[in-house]
Design a binder for this molecule. Structure first.
Ligand code: IVH
Length: 682
């Protein structure tokens, strides 16, 4: 096949297969047989092998989704994947130690480890290459999630050092807190339900069909067990250190213990120390160290006899439920929040707890005036887990979930299949407007960092902005002297703050600078439900301008790669509202970018023909931003000062040699202020 022909065919096959995938997975209405699909896929694979230069970055061959079997392949474990028996008290640990010493003698050496709270995984390396990753499943067989697991950066795809021909290791996939919080914030930003805890987020992530999406999830993995014998290795501890030497990530927090007290010390230390770990653990694992003794002890039907897990107790207290508030979030979701009689729990005073949604309230049958059990488990916010019925007063009132929005009084709606009630008044309900404004100015959107949550609130409360377009119509006179009273609380007196000259200038400048933000970010900033950063990029790359997007039909939208029904419907609905069209027009009038500009284009020509050397540290921009601004205004950046340099743009800390050279050549040295004047007075 000729090159040109191959290129066209690859394009055709890619699109065709994508459509079939879509028909199959999303619509559940396949239009060809599995056999025919496999034939097409094979043809594409062969062509891509022959002409790798034409493989499209979204080729179905790169995805798990390319496999028509929808479900992950089931794989039998070579060694069964057992779980540990759990214990919750020192007594049970003592019993375990006694059982072990009775069976194999005194002076047994134990290893204590952290019990990671995630999802167990078994990895197989052949000749040093990761070939398979399987979930635990029922212990006998699990799911082959290799392609997803390969996206986890801390799992080596190739081993180093002296590895055996075949190696199986086991460990836990988990999501550290920082990444979990970021992921949830992003989900809330685009209106997706947040994950309840890092474990759920991990489990959801490794079962996703698109490894490219998994790659964006901040997953980590620590290996804690080797099920096979290794030549010359006699203890669990040595086995772990050995796999560590092959480049596999193992735990740093592992201790050899000879006495019962050492084990309890490890448990007690980590019961407190876990507060400071960057990820969740739910207990401690105690293992017999010697591998021969492990074999001697053997297994019950479900668990090894040579190991036990000590699970930390979720701290639980009883307190009085005083009342229930209803909070309206950025997406309009209404969350019931319990007001409690303050109570000490896991080191903090708890006054409020989440009640999640109407279903949970009904399930728990919580009533006002009840004494409730409050727990702090893996979740960040404490939750009500039950009612002490013995203490229920005769007049305890059943909870009637509100039917109108507590903020704007609009009747609430509940979508089919969703647990939450929503306030549908997305454009005029105060928390929803504020949420939209905060999202609009956020770093990944318009990046107006001179405005923040507090300032947005002031602008909104004073009636100066009711939607994102209003920001661009703010004037100096409206802003200067704008006041806010911060009410007194237990620790502080009432305080008044007001906008001063510098703040006002910064706010206006920040808004002005956001005119350079490219269209994909603008589209993301508009906060259309389900249009996150990636979707915004896909849509803008395809439709090029907001006008084209607005006119796109449902069919045209879903024909775009990775745009599904939910997104298409949401985009269409958004543009159907006249208020939204008005926002778009008013933004456009002020110069907010509403179409894709090719990368080389510029904002103005004011710096045309001028050559700059940028040096030192600046107050309001990074050096890279300054350089980008120079290019956006048609100027040129050069590295060193010469007779051809027109300006030296100097921040603090400019090197003395540079200054001397500029002075000698008579080249003007300008400041960040001067530069901003140059580009703003065009
Ligand atoms: S050892 C044969 N060590 O806890 C026993 N497990 O039910 C192999 N876990 O399925 C497991 N941290 O997912 C072991 N340091 C650790 C662990 C650990 C977490 C998990 C694992 C296992 C479950 C126990």
């Amino acid at each position: 096949m000729k090159e040109q022909e191959a290129k066209t065919r690859i394009g055709q096959l890619t699109r065709e297969l994508q459509q079939h995938n879509y028909n199959y997975y999303v619509l559940a209405k396949p239009t060809i047989s599995d056999y025919d699909f496999d034939q097409l896929l094979k043809e594409l694979e062969t062509l891509e092998k022959q002409f790798p230069q034409f493989r499209l970055s979204d080729s179905p061959t790169l995805r798990v989704g390319g496999d028509i079997t929808k479900e992950f392949k089931t794989v039998k474990h070579r060694y069964p994947m057992m779980s540990l028996s759990n214990s919750y008290s020192e007594e049970e640990i003592r019993e375990f130690i006694n059982r072990v010493t009775k069976a194999v003698g005194n002076n047994v050496e134990f290893v204590c480890e952290l019990k990671y709270d995630g999802v167990a995984i078994s990895l197989t390396y052949k000749n040093g290459i990761l070939v398979q990753a399987v979930t635990r499943g029922d212990g006998v067989q699990g799911d082959d999630v290799t392609n997803n697991i390969k996206t986890i950066k801390t799992i080596p795809l190739r081993l180093q050092g002296n590895y055996p021909e075949e190696l199986e290791v086991r460990g836990e996939i988990f999501m550290p807190h920082a990444g979990f919080n970021r992921l949830n914030a992003e989900r809330e930003e685009i209106g997706d339900a947040p994950f309840a805890n890092p474990r759920n987020a991990t489990a959801g992530s490794i079962k996703m069909q698109d490894p490219k999406e998994v790659a964006k999830r901040p997953l980590d993995c620590i290996i804690y067990y080797v099920p096979q014998d290794l030549p010359g290795i006699e203890t669990h501890y040595d086995a772990i250190k050995y796999v560590g030497s092959l480049g596999i990530k193992i735990s740093k927090n592992i201790a050899l213990c000879h006495k019962e007290e050492d084990i309890f010390e490890f448990i007690n230390d980590w019961n407190i120390g876990r507060e400071h770990l960057p990820y969740d653990i739910d207990g401690i694992v105690i293992k017999v160290n010697n591998l021969a003794l492990q074999k001697e002890l053997g297994y019950t039907a479900k668990n090894p006899r040579w190991a036990i897990a000590y699970k930390f107790k979720a701290e639980r207290v009883e307190t009085l439920l005083r009342s229930i508030d209803y909070q309206v979030g950025r997406t309009g979701a209404v969350t019931p929040v319990a007001n409690l009689q303050p109570v000490q729990l896991a080191g903090t005073v708890v006054k409020r707890a989440s009640l999640h949604n109407a279903d949970i309230i009904a399930q728990l049958d919580v009533r006002l005036g009840d004494t409730v059990y409050v727990e702090k488990g893996g979740e960040i916010i404490p939750k009500i887990v039950g009612v002490n019925l013995d203490k229920r007063p005769a007049d305890a009132e059943p909870v009637r979930f509100i039917d109108h929005c507590p903020e704007c009084n609009t009747p609430l709606v509940r979508k089919e299949g969703e647990a939450a009630y929503y306030c549908p008044n997305e454009d005029s309900c105060p928390p929803q407007i504020k949420g939209k404004l905060e999202h609009f100015i956020s770093r990944k959107a318009m990046n107006i960092d001179s405005l923040g949550e507090g300032k947005i609130e002031m602008l909104f409360d004073n009636g100066l902005v009711k939607n994102v377009a209003d920001l661009y119509y703010l004037s100096y006179n409206q802003l200067i002297g704008l006041e806010k009273t911060i009410p007194a609380d237990e620790n502080k007196k009432e305080k008044k703050i007001s906008f001063q000259e510098k703040t006002v200038q910064n706010i206006l400048k920040g808004i002005e600078q956001s005119l350079t933000v490219p269209f994909p970010k603008v589209l993301f900033a508009l906060g259309i439900r389900y249009v996150g950063e990636t979707v915004a990029k896909k849509l803008t790359a395809h439709f090029k301008s907001i006008d084209n997007l607005q006119q796109a039909s449902y069919e045209e939208l879903i024909a775009v790669d990775e745009i599904g029904e939910k997104i298409a419907e949401s985009v269409i609905q958004w543009f159907q509202k006249p208020a939204h069209l008005e926002i778009v027009n008013r933004l456009r009038e002020k110069g907010v970018q509403m179409e894709l500009i090719e990368e080389t284009s510029t904002i103005s020509n004011v710096l045309e023909g001028k050559s700059f050397v940028v040096s030192g540290v600046f107050e309001r921009h990074s050096r890279n931003e300054i350089k980008a601004l120079i290019e956006l205004h048609a100027g040129k950046n050069t590295g060193s000062i010469s007779a051809k340099t027109d300006y030296v743009l100097a921040g603090v800390n400019m090197g003395p040699a540079k200054k001397e050279k500029a002075d000698k050549l008579g080249i003007p040295i300008i400041s960040e202020d001067d530069f901003e004047k140059m580009i703003n007075n065009r």
